[in-house]
Write a protein that binds this ligand. Structure first.
Ligand SMILES: O=C(CO)COP(=O)(O)O
Length: 154
């Protein structure tokens, strides 16, 4: 039987943007401020400071992404404390912490959470009826992986 985790009406949402995409994220957050204000918000350090200063939304800020903030959010995803991430990563510039960026994207998929990396996807998510209701999230089953025979290749 599938393992289900119920997302409450009030979602836990992480907001993250690379420098060249921060203005775009701010624009999207501004356009959806009233909806976002009904949820619990988290962000990497610089992104969070920018949103707080511009829009006065309460937001839990972690370290700046390259200094460990991406990994802090990744850790919350792995422990089921983040339901959704809006991650405006920069497709045109290399990042010094590319491994952390990849890890954050990987964990989002690993745990089947909501992930938007562009405005169109973010718009579809924020207008979904599930934003105002509970949602039964099917948890991926890693039982086989966890019980694998680690000696089989010896
Ligand atoms: O680097 C980031 C995401 O990978 C974002 O970090 P900041 O919000 O601290 O700029």
């Amino acid at each position: 039987m599938a393992n289900i985790r119920t997302l409450s009406r009030k979602k836990h949402i992480a907001l993250v943007a690379h420098d060249y995409r921060k203005a775009d994220l701010l624009d999207w957050v501004s356009a959806n401020k009233d909806i976002l204000a009904q949820h619990t918000l988290y962000a990497t350090g610089t992104t969070g400071k920018m949103i707080e200063e511009a829009l006065h939304l309460p937001i839990t800020k972690f370290l700046s992404g390259p200094l460990g903030g991406d990994q802090q959010i990744g850790s919350l995803i792995a422990t089921g404390q983040i339901d959704m991430i809006i991650f405006y990563w920069d497709p045109m510039n290399a990042q010094p912490h590319d491994t952390d960026v990849k890890a954050l994207l990987r964990l989002s998929v690993t745990w089947n959470i909501l992930l938007a990396c562009d405005r169109t996807t973010a718009d579809f998510i924020i207008t979904s009826p599930y934003m105002n209701s509970e949602y039964q999230r099917i948890m991926p089953d890693y039982t086989d992986y966890l019980s694998r025979d680690i000696h089989e290749n010896e």
